[in-house]
Design a binder for this molecule. Structure first.
Ligand code: GLN
Length: 264
């Protein structure tokens, strides 16, 4: 059988969960297992070997976890259920941060780093010297693996926000957990596979911004900048916690990144 035919069969199986993306998802699964060309030959056994992945997907697990890898900012990232799946929304934060990096001002702290995608993208594209921290040791090992995968060296620190951070940085970047209790309760089935630790921002979703607001100045160099991703309804509430902040919109026109200048 040729790969294209297997792709059709797998797409039919995936359609209850993947809908109109079923064909695309089937092609991702085949590519992940090494089949690049639609006209390559695939044996019945090789097709069967994909069934455990298909089963996982049919149980509602997001494709990214099933593949174990996802792309962010054009780079490959290993992902598992201990980290949030990197989202295109977060590319807005990376893009904004890249414009602020210079060879002299390149010390970056990535707080709540998860898979490490933000800090690693800044190291790869901006030559940043990155310290990445997370409260979860599992997430930090994913970050370390991803740094290696992308050929950069970064420092990792297990820390609950700033608790165990030392030194000062030119940029602090963060995509903290920011869903409210209500959003956590009503979240989509696919989000239920992602770590609550990476999503749950407390009753109103703003707990982490409040805690960051209390201490970020201690860790920013003079003239440094804090950049945080926010949920699309949080612009006013988060801006109110910081002086001198502005908000950048993502490509969908949604408020997405709060930028705070340190004017110390
Ligand atoms: N962007 C994610 C979502 O809406 C939330 C990420 C986060 O809490 N940092 O699902």
């Amino acid at each position: 059988m040729i790969v294209r035919r297997a792709e059709q069969r797998i797409a039919t199986l995936l359609s209850p969960v993947a809908g109109e993306d079923a064909r695309l998802e089937a092609s991702f699964l085949l590519r992940a297992t090494g089949f690049r060309s639609p006209y390559q030959t695939i044996t019945e056994e090789q097709t069967q070997a994909l069934y455990p992945m298909i089963e996982r997907r049919l149980s509602g697990e997001p494709l990214q976890y099933v593949l174990g890898e996802w792309e962010f900012y054009g780079l490959p990232f290993y992902v598992d259920r201990s980290v949030l799946i990197p989202r295109p929304d977060t590319e807005c934060l990376v893009e904004t941060a890249l414009k602020l990096l210079t060879p002299e001002r390149n010390a970056v702290l990535d707080l709540c780093c998860g898979s490490g995608c933000i800090g690693i993208a800044l190291a790869v594209y901006g030559g940043a010297r990155v310290t990445a921290s997370d409260v979860s040791p599992e997430a930090l090992s994913v970050t370390e693996r991803n740094a290696k995968r992308n050929g950069v060296s970064i420092t990792t620190v297990e820390s609950d926000l700033f608790e165990r951070i030392e030194g000062r940085f030119d940029l602090i970047v963060s995509n903290p957990p920011y869903l409210s209790a209500e959003e956590m309760r009503t979240r989509d089935a696919s989000l239920r596979f992602e770590p609550a630790l990476a999503l749950d921002g407390g009753a109103d979703g703003l707990d982490f911004y409040r805690r960051i607001a209390e201490r970020y100045r201690e860790f920013l160099n003079p003239g440094g900048t804090l950049l945080m991703e926010i949920g699309m309804t949080q612009e006013a509430d988060v801006s109110a916690l910081f002086q001198n902040s502005e908000c950048k919109a993502d490509y969908g026109g949604r408020p997405r990144v709060i930028v705070v200048k340190n004017d110390d």
